[in-house]
Design a protein around this ligand. Structure first.
Ligand code: F0G
Length: 453
């Protein structure tokens, strides 16, 4: 018998979470104005709002916290992290930042100006925000298959090379400061990008003389999918796959709160010393001196360890298999989910779950609220609420996918929790026809409304 996967760790410390009563949850969510961000976490039994900064650090990481060097300049922890980034990703230069969006802010300050275009696969919302705030445009060149949750394509994060070529060939080079590939592609459902696609994009990038960057938040998960799904990579190690992926890139932004398995942190990796020098100035202004950039020494030390731990096959297998375990359970119950399942989350298709609720009534948000009421499980809407209004017409932008994301924190929950989540969602599914109306927004902010609506 083939031995199944099992977590390559045992639990040393636990945190109590409490089950709650349905009538309380109904009251709390009403008081929270049906916005799950307004709930205090003690009211949540299982928190799947995000996999960002919510992972459990290892004993090695906690030990590193104690030995972190808090020197303002020249911290030993900085050099440990620099060496880990060089060793794993292959970049000689790096700038620490306090989280992923800060890395975007610093890098784009050096590269992106008004009127520019930044093509890529579905950009994450903070990335898009940092492009748009500079009056530049993010162009989504993701393959069409990504937008149909029923199509089972192994690399739904891939870039459509024709779409990209069209952008590159019909605009002057000076208007395209970079091409950005997000690995895995969060906005299209935690979907991976194949090595073949990365390579082909890098060929196009070189042909047009444009730098290629990764938004690398979940790069290790992407490498795992390449090993599993792409011909020729089965016998390669995760570390070798990561090395090859990054060999095609000129640099990266990183939210270390994901595959760095730390609670806070980010960085920019760079090949070019010239760009490093240019971005350094913005790092000092926005983040902090070059050898800490918004991170405590102890956090850099823990991140250096986390980067090695997340590049381990057994860790990745247990993590991604747990996400798939939840996905398969939901599928068995008939709940419509995006396939294949993402690396960090299962995405529930609200259009198919609640076909009688129009997108204009925020059906994925409604589903998120119903799941909270049913079982105290907090997911997050990735749909019309998040898509916000068109900045010019102020009309709602209706995305093709209306999703409820169930993001699984790293090394935090067991498969019993997955069973509980699936049962709660099945109960909502069984009573879906009794859910007859959605929401209307009473009050919203001009930008990033989902946080405060
Ligand atoms: N890029 C990607 C692909 C992300 O998923 C995120 C954050 C960021 C950049 C920004 O990083 O939060 O450290 O500033 N994603 C979180 C999420 C918030 O829930 O998916 P950050």
């Amino acid at each position: 018998m083939k031995l199944p996967y099992a977590e390559p760790y045992k639990i040393k410390m636990v945190e109590t979470i409490k089950r709650t009563k349905r009538e309380d949850r109904e009251k709390w969510i009403k008081e929270a104005k049906y916005n799950l961000f307004n709930l205090s976490s003690d009211k949540v039994f299982i928190d799947l709002l995000t996999d960002s900064g919510t992972g459990a650090m290892s004993d090695q990481q906690w030990s590193a916290i104690m030995t972190g060097d808090e020197s303002y300049a020249g911290s030993r922890s900085f050099f440990e992290l620099k060496e880990a980034i060089r060793d794993i990703l292959g970049f000689e230069h790096f700038l620490p930042t306090h989280q992923g969006r800060a890395a975007e802010n610093v890098l784009f300050s050096a590269l992106v100006k008004e009127g520019d275009l930044v093509p890529g696969n579905s950009h994450f919302d903070t990335t898009k925000g940092h492009i748009e705030i500079r009056k530049a445009t993010a162009i989504d060149c993701t393959i069409d298959e990504a937008f149909d949750t029923t199509i089972n394509h192994p690399f739904k994060g891939n870039i459509d090379l024709n779409k990209l070529d069209e952008v590159l060939s019909s605009n002057p080079k000076e208007k395209i400061p970079l091409i950005l590939i997000t690995v895995t592609c969060n906005s299209s459902g935690g979907q991976p990008v194949s090595m073949e696609n990365i390579k082909a994009v890098s060929v196009l990038a070189k042909k047009y003389g444009i730098p290629l960057f990764f938004d690398a938040a979940r790069y290790a998960e992407n490498a795992y999918f390449i090993k599993l799904r792409e011909n020729g990579y089965q016998d390669k190690s995760i570390r070798d796959i990561i090395k090859e992926m990054f060999s095609y890139a000129d640099g990266n932004t990183m939210s270390s709160k994901k595959d760095g398995i730390v609670n806070i942190g980010g960085f920019i990796g760079l090949r070019s010393k010239k760009l490093y020098d240019k971005a350094s100035m913005f790092n000092i202004v926005y983040e902090g001196f070059l050898t800490y950039g918004g991170m405590a020494g102890r956090d850099m030390a823990a991140l250096a360890k986390g980067l090695y731990e997340s590049a381990d096959f057994d860790y990745l297998e247990s993590r991604i298999s747990q996400v798939a375990y939840l996905g398969n359970k939901l599928k068995d119950y008939g709940v419509p989910v995006q396939e294949p399942f993402g690396g960090h989350a299962v995405f529930v298709d609200a259009k198919r779950f609640l076909p009688h609720i129009p997108q204009s009534e925020y059906s994925a948000q409604l589903l998120a609220v119903e799941l909270f009421i049913e079982g105290g499980v907090r997911g997050v809407e990735i749909g019309t609420l998040l898509a916000d209004r068109d900045p010019v017409t102020r009309k709602n932008r209706y995305p093709e996918l209306e999703l409820l994301r169930l993001a699984i924190p790293r090394r935090v929950y067991t498969n019993n929790h997955m069973d509980y989540i699936a049962a709660a969602l099945k109960n909502v599914y069984d009573r879906r026809n009794e859910i007859t109306k959605g929401f209307k927004i009473i009050h919203e902010k001009d930008i990033m409304r989902h946080f405060t609506v």
